[in-house]
Design a protein around this ligand. Sequence first.
Ligand SMILES: [Zn+2]
Length: 123
Amino acid sequence: MSLKYCQGTSCHQYTTKDRLRGNKGNKTFQTRRRTSFYYGKGNFCSLNCQNDWFNDFGNKAIDHFGRLTEPKHLTEENAWVKDYDYRGGMNDRSFYFVNKITKEQRPLTQEQFNDNNYTLNER
Ligand SMILES: [Zn+2]
């Protein structure tokens, strides 16, 4: 497994023991390096590091990918979400779509429920 670095812009400035690396007389606090991280889609070792990155680059990232300048709307056409009921426990679930606006429900098979591409929403 390959190691990767935390992308936090100030990770090396948090002076924890695990960040202190190097030989005696030549020690430095270093950016954390792991096979995986829990935060920010696996890019950050902590919420602090994720927040540091956002504070430094968030505005640029939002401008790059498109800043909202008007509200988005959840309409009947795209308000379908998958849900399920427990009827008789874990092995007897009933799956359905429910429209968050109209409250209409439509039955789903388990295969359709598990298929992340299956939707009633218009795209
Ligand atoms: Zn970090």
